[in-house]
Design a protein around this ligand. Structure first.
Ligand code: SF4
Length: 435
């Protein structure tokens, strides 16, 4: 177990939660021999330099596609996962390495609600018992000391009934002794919220907390969250893949892509005028309830790249519709493009015999290379240039040279520009278009 850490005071700030350059990397499990051959650990860059702050009473929406690292950020905030680097401050205190009793006390003040209310409740425990459970764990902080006494039991019962009423889980007396299986999805999520609120936390991390609910129930639970925020000055970190839901309740929005925040700012401004190409793409796929204004339901081509080897430069560059030559093109982008080309018999013609098989290409940083028959090298350079004519303009412009050396064809890319964050009309954007 981690020992109690020294508490370091952050710079004076009015933020209740602050993340500074947070990184969470997970080691990839692989056989010993493979690890030895690779010399060094392979890691998933789940969160790779995330910074933001939330003021008391604010709702920050952390939005992105699945696998972007948003849930890992949430878990790191409640210290369910260990940060690899960076710092987390809660109420002015550095909690990055907190352990033991201090971590337990912290968990009373920051609660997390998960996506699946069915999985969050023990099917063998009555609703009343489940909601009151955290009070038993933290009994030394709350209420009468004599656990197990009649007085203690009655005190818990009253607290639970109040919490149930507060979240609209009524009639509370009747539902108290029910089991999760007797409740609807919406009622279960209310029970989960009551259990989180019973410890009177300051910050709630809601991880896809309404995604599994029907639309009508979802709206009611969101209303409830807003109501609780007003009544208890609660602060939320609201994690979701759904920008439409976030629009409903968030004051601020942070858009996350492959471990990084690409745009963050006031929700109203981001929805009205998104700046980052990824934010624009996400907003375009929100369904519009108007048959005359159908939304374009396509996210940029391709899948989210793997977080073990994130793309160089801007991580969004392989999918970005506004990509520039300086955004991070590298050898593997060319090999991927060539692979697509060779897999299409109409376009490839006899390229497969000259440039294939694709497995023979090596991609290392900015250099892609193919060792071939010395008699075929000239032809291979010629065909590589011809294939590049069909490539996206920005990729073509990023190629510095296509050449040959002995029996090797070499495609070399220019270095990319360093990506910085810029202040753009009231929000922070990480995109070369604004540098
Ligand atoms: S830096 Fe901007 S323009 Fe370039 S790939 Fe990234 S999002 Fe697109």
């Amino acid at each position: 177990m981690t020992g109690p850490a020294t508490v370091v005071k952050a710079e004076p700030t009015d933020e209740i939660l602050r993340l500074d350059d947070l990184k969470v990397h997970f080691p990839v499990k692989m056989p010993f021999v493979q690890r030895l051959l690779q010399r060094g650990e392979t890691v998933v860059h789940a969160v790779d330099g995330v910074s933001f702050g939330i003021r008391p009473g604010e709702i920050l929406g952390l939005v992105g596609e699945s696998g972007c690292g948003k849930s890992t950020v949430g878990r790191a905030c409640v210290r369910l996962v260990k940060p690899t680097a960076g710092r987390i401050f809660f109420d002015g205190q550095d909690i990055t390495k907190l352990g033991g009793e201090k971590l337990r006390a912290l968990r009373r003040r920051i609660q997390i609600i998960f996506q699946d209310p069915h999985a969050s409740l023990n099917p063998a425990m009555t609703i009343g018992k489940a909601i009151g459970h955290p009070l038993r764990i933290h009994s030394s902080v709350f209420g009468p000391q004599k656990t197990g006494s009649e007085e203690f039991g009655e005190w818990i019962r009253q607290k639970v009934l109040n919490a149930m009423k507060e979240v609209g889980l009524t009639p509370e007396e009747q539902l108290y002794d029910k089991y999760p299986g007797d409740l609807s999805g919406g009622q279960k999520q209310r029970a989960v919220m009551a259990r989180a609120l019973i410890l009177e936390p300051n910050l709630l991390v809601v991880d896809e907390g309404v995604s599994m609910l029907d639309m009508s129930v979802r709206a009611k639970v969101l209303e409830l969250m807003l109501d609780l925020k007003r009544r208890h000055k609660l602060t939320y970190l609201f994690i979701t893949h759904d920008l439409a839901t976030a629009k409903f309740i968030c004051d601020k929005i942070a858009i996350m892509y492959l471990g990084r925040i690409v745009e963050i700012g006031p929700a109203r401004e981001i929805y009205a005028d998104p700046k980052h190409p990824y934010t624009k793409a996400l907003l375009q796929v929100i369904p519009i309830p108007d048959p005359d204004r159908r939304a374009k339901k396509v996210l940029p081509r391709g899948e989210v790249p793997d977080a073990v080897h994130p793309p160089a430069g801007c991580r969004f560059h392989p999918r970005c519709p506004a990509v520039l030559a300086s955004c991070g093109w590298e050898a593997r982008d060319f090999v991927d493009f060539l692979d697509e080309h060779l897999s299409d018999p109409k376009r490839a013609g006899d390229d497969e015999t000259i440039l294939g098989p694709i497995e023979d290409w090596r991609a290392k940083g900015l250099v892609a290379s193919l060792e071939t028959n010395p008699l075929k090298v000239r032809k291979a350079v010629e065909r590589t240039n011809a294939v590049l004519v069909e490539a996206p303009v920005a990729m073509k412009q990023a190629v510095e040279s296509v050449s040959s050396q002995n029996r090797t064809v070499i495609v070399r890319f220019r270095s990319h520009h360093q990506l910085l964050q810029s202040n753009v009309q009231g929000r922070v954007v990480e995109c070369l278009l604004y540098q």
